[in-house]
Design a protein around this ligand. Structure first.
Ligand code: UDX
Length: 467
């Protein structure tokens, strides 16, 4: 990548004698967090920084895919199968923080000695790794935080204590539709939730503390998508905020998938007419009940719309096997009923799928990566949020950007059929697609050479070298 005369980038390269050229990164070991961190690393590497990746044994990256980076494993002492239930994922994040703290301190100290402290620009840590941020701070290494969700989502984190005081939280079933006037356009049902109230509060408190301890907040979002939300964040925070997304459009392609992507679905898409296929995927963590799987399958079958469906291992946690990752079986008769019209894979090359001209719509859980990847390709969405920030993301998709709508309530095959037809062949689906096309154009402008995200990356690099 060209350095565009940016003095800071040249400094990172060591052209002016500066030696602050190492960036240390520590992603949270979940797919939705690993992808943006590796994208960011790719951008910084292209600007001349050497990259050192600290990582847990759990969901460890494959160093062979990134021969230009150095990898430092940090023992996480956490054994057993990957957590499935959301509350277990949050407890797992706390456990990883606790277990990695001491080994990270030793490894970071060794790296500092080897590179020399002056050669290290900073540590960029995931926002859920407070313990690592504290370790780095004690060793006088400046830190920046990468938050993998939206700007609106982090405002919700900041507002959480206020929302508890105001009585919105803990969430009461009877108040789900109440508008949160302090945080428009959220309703109570859209607020961040991961399992029980206390767990959510602790997770968010720790994420806010990580940002407060840091020298800056990096967000995988862009000005045209969240201008008002970014302005609000900048008012509420005293540290710099860098909106440098969508990272997947700015970074060289990197392979950071934990599951093998089945590329055969791209050939299948090649044989379909333009704007005809519904892509269905619920990300790396969201789980469905066996009943919802059956209603989803027969709704897809009944819609008569061609489809590409990602049914990953563990999508349905079988009864009594909540901690087992199992192969998900589709209902008997589904394959025969949809033969020639659809294809099912365990994991897809999602960005390429969304970019494919045959794709007309995306039925998604509204993880932030999936949402931005869809927006950037102008693909309208059916939203079925499960937990965490996904409800808030779905609210923005439907209510703010108006590029999709939610399939809410109990899943019923008839309603699923109707929603799919509305999105892919309906008049308002076409309007949503047109608005998504506008966002795609805006994303392209933000990531162009004079675009807001590009300029924010320049500022980020300058900031890193000034720390
Ligand atoms: C989670 C949360 O849901 C999300 O909101 C948060 O911001 C990050 O952590 P996840 O549930 O995995 O992430 O969803 P998402 O954010 O959409 O990330 C999934 C990633 O996996 C995307 O980058 C997507 O391109 C990729 N993916 C998904 C594939 O490569 N293949 C697939 O078949 C499905």
């Amino acid at each position: 990548m060209a350095l565009e005369g940016n003095a800071a980038a040249a400094a990172a390269n060591g052209h002016d004698g500066s030696r602050r050229r190492h960036v240390l990164v520590f992603p949270l070991a979940y797919q939705g967090h690993i992808n943006p961190m590796f994208r960011l690393a790719g951008i910084l590497h292209a600007r001349g920084f050497a990259i050192t990746v600290f990582h847990t044994h759990f969901n460890a990256p494959d160093p062979a895919r990134h021969p230009e980076y150095r990898f430092v494993p940090v023992p996480d002492g956490v054994s057993g199968p990957a957590p499935v239930a959301m509350e277990d994922v949050v407890s797992h994040i706390f456990a990883l923080n606790a277990a990695c703290e001491a080994p990270f301190r030793d490894r970071l100290a060794a790296v500092l000695e080897e590179y020399s402290r002056d050669a290290v620009a900073c540590l960029i840590a995931d926002g859920h790794l407070l313990s690592m941020v504290q370790v780095a701070t004690r060793l006088a290494v400046p830190t920046l935080i990468l938050r993998t969700g939206s700007a609106a989502c982090f405002s919700c984190f900041l507002a959480y204590p206020l929302l508890i005081n105001e009585g919105y939280l803990p969430v009461q079933e009877s108040e789900l539709e109440t508008e949160v006037s302090e945080l428009p356009p959220y309703r109570v049902r859209d607020l961040m939730r991961v399992g029980n109230h206390d767990l959510t509060r602790e997770l968010l408190e720790r994420a806010v503390a990580a940002v407060d301890t840091s020298a800056g907040l990096i967000l995988n979002t862009f000005d045209a998508l969240e201008r008002r939300e970014l302005e609000k964040l900048r008012q509420d925070l005293t540290l710099p905020v860098f909106d440098i997304g969508p990272l997947h459009m700015l970074s060289p392609a990197v392979e950071s998938s934990l599951l093998r992507q089945d590329r055969s679905c791209l050939e299948w898409l090649d044989a379909r007419p333009p704007a005809s296929v519904l892509y269905v995927s619920f990300g790396s963590l969201a789980c469905m009940s066996p009943r919802d799987l059956v209603e989803t399958a027969w709704g897809i079958a009944g819609s008569n719309v061609p489809f590409l469906w990602v049914v990953r291992p563990g999508l349905v946690a079988a009864a009594g096997e909540e901690n087992e990752v199992t192969v998900t079986r589709l209902p008997d008769g589904f394959e025969a009923a949809t033969r020639g019209r659809g294809t099912v894979v365990a994991w897809a090359p999602q960005e390429e799928v969304l970019r494919h001209p045959a794709v007309a719509g995306f039925w998604t859980h509204c993880g932030w990566n999936s949402t931005t990847e869809s927006v950037c390709e102008g693909v309208p969405m059916l939203c079925r949020p499960h937990f965490g920030d996904q409800m808030g993301n779905a609210r923005y998709v439907e209510h703010v950007w108006r590029v999709g709508f939610e399939v809410g309530g109990e899943l019923e095959r008839g309603a699923v059929e109707a929603a799919i037809r509305r999105l892919v062949t309906g008049k308002d689906g076409a309007e949503m697609q047109a608005r998504a096309g506008e966002l795609k154009k805006a994303a392209k402008e933000c990531t162009g050479v004079a675009g807001s995200s590009h300029l924010a990356i320049n500022k980020l690099v300058d900031h890193m070298l000034s720390l």
